[in-house]
Design a binder for this molecule. Structure first.
Ligand SMILES: C[S@@+](CC[C@H](N)C(=O)[O-])C[C@H]1O[C@@H](n2cnc3c(N)ncnc32)[C@H](O)[C@@H]1O
Length: 366
């Protein structure tokens, strides 16, 4: 396993039209609105502020929706407490887009009362805000990104779920360590009585799968592999590069998420586990874009948009740039890649459908 310090994960850097292509993330956030409101209402905040932090906030309207229920519940139940909202993400996040939304017509600053908005810039695998300062912490569709890009001996697969043997063991070791690090950092930041709600993509037990679990997006990642292989076959990207490439992410099962907490004395001392679950996403969890399958052109365009929004920057850095002479060459390869992907979805439609299970973890700081 090789750590390349020049390739830290920046999963939305250069994200393409994030807001328009993030319906699945927005749904995940909206699904938890009632839960968040209940969690905040039940707090006994010590003050002097109600501090709400959204980790891996991203640039889009889901960053607003992630904090809105907490703001509203705080105002309703603790009207005397000023509210501080901290959006936390990496330097490459589109901060201008985010803060325009925050102050725009659908942003929370348009509502009544004063709210202090700020940003915490860095990695959520480090401490991002002062110790013992957070009442309500959320992290949506972000904690599955590992702390660094891995290069593994992984021919035939671009993602964790189809890895076997040593490569899978190496990747799980990193994913597990990252999950523990993420939680230890939050344990330091959250005040006693405060909570952390993590919602992201999960996996469920499935004996037909090589590793005994069906992971969210398995159709998508297999489509990404098929297209990457076709580019290798046509001499457009290097075989050796593809053989070592994997997306640096892991979608945990409930047990993947629970085990490392229960086996870590520090985390068990810090947190009470209120819930860890993996459930089908509301709607068509067997094909998030299934409603459009009757029109293959539309269906394929939606898949292209959704996939490009999260995969473009990773593929560019790790597959296209090594094969291209310059930035223009990498752009051309990226366009070719996503043209092929769109064609695959147009001709095969539901074969590579996006299945989605939500992983939810709610932890209470003791
Ligand atoms: C798919 S977006 C999700 C954005 C938003 N939370 C949502 O639900 O739509 C993933 C976000 O996680 C952020 N992210 C990934 N790794 C991170 C890290 N180590 N530290 C902080 N943010 C990270 C990315 O920069 C990106 O904005």
């Amino acid at each position: 396993m090789k750590h390349n310090p020049h390739h830290p994960m920046k999963s939305t850097e250069g994200m393409v039209d994030y807001d328009r292509n993030s319906a699945a993330q927005q749904q995940m956030v909206n699904t938890q609105a009632g839960r968040l409101s209940d969690l905040v209402s039940a707090l006994a905040p010590a003050g002097p502020e109600m501090t709400i932090v959204d980790y891996g906030c991203g640039p889009g309207s889901s960053a607003i929706e992630a904090v809105r229920p907490s703001i509203e519940a705080s105002r309703a139940h603790f009207p005397q407490l000023p509210v501080s909202v901290i959006h936390a993400d990496q330097p490459g996040n589109d901060w201008n887009a985010l803060f325009q939304l925050v102050s725009g017509p659908s942003g929370y600053q348009a509502g009544p009362g004063e709210i202090r908005t700020s940003a915490a810039v860095g990695s959520f695998y480090t401490q991002m805000v002062p110790a013992n300062s957070v009442d309500a912490a959320t992290c949506f569709a972000a904690s599955h990104w590992l702390s660094r890009a891995l290069e593994l001996d992984a021919p035939g697969s671009v993602w964790f779920a189809d890895l076997e043997g040593e490569a899978r063991a190496q990747m799980w070791a990193q994913a597990r360590e990252d999950w523990v690090t993420f939680l230890r950092c939050r344990a330091a930041e959250i005040r006693s009585g405060g909570f952390l709600l993590v919602g992201t993509l999960g996996s469920v037990p499935d004996e037909t799968e090589v590793n005994g679990a069906a992971a969210s997006g398995r159709g998508i990642y297999r489509a990404l592999q098929v297209v990457a292989q076709s580019m290798v076959d046509d001499g457009l990207i290097g075989k050796a590069v593809l053989d070592r490439f994997v997306f640096s992410l892991w979608f945990m099962t409930g047990q993947d998420a629970r085990g490392p907490i229960e086996e870590d004395a520090q985390l068990m001392e810090a947190f009470a586990i209120e819930e860890i679950s993996v459930t089908p996403a509301p709607g068509n969890y067997r094909d998030v874009f299934g409603a459009y399958a009757g029109d293959p052109d539309d269906y394929a365009r939606r898949y292209r948009g959704y996939i490009r929004a999260f995969a473009d920057s990773t593929l560019r850095k790790q597959l296209f740039e090594p094969a291209a002479a310059d930035a223009a060459g990498a752009d051309k390869l990226a366009d070719e890649y996503f043209d092929r992907l769109e064609e695959l979805y147009r001709t095969q439609t539901v074969k590579y459908a996006f299945e989605l299970w939500h992983l939810l973890a709610v932890l209470r700081k003791k």
